[in-house]
Write a protein that binds this ligand. Structure first.
Ligand SMILES: [Zn+2]
Length: 74
């Protein structure tokens, strides 16, 4: 099975959209694009958001880790 976006072989779980099958990487990007479009920023901002979104995901995970280890609840 190949990704419809980047045409590379999908090794993990494929991300299925209404019309396409994507690899995880492209699926994540698409999530970001969708978030950007929904926030009303248009395509340019949507593309920027795609990158922002994946880094936000990392930050969120870090924050969650910190919260758990420090034991503080805000
Ligand atoms: Zn892909």
């Amino acid at each position: 099975m190949r990704c419809d976006q980047c045409d590379s072989k999908i090794t993990g779980t494929p991300v299925k959209t209404a019309t396409r099958t994507l690899c995880k990487k492209c699926g994540d990007r698409l999530d970001g694009l969708t978030a950007g479009v929904m926030s009303g920023g248009g395509v340019g901002e949507a593309i920027a958001t795609a990158g922002w979104y994946s880094s936000l995901r990392e930050k969120r995970r870090e924050a969650r880790e910190k919260k758990r280890t420090s034991g503080s609840s805000t």
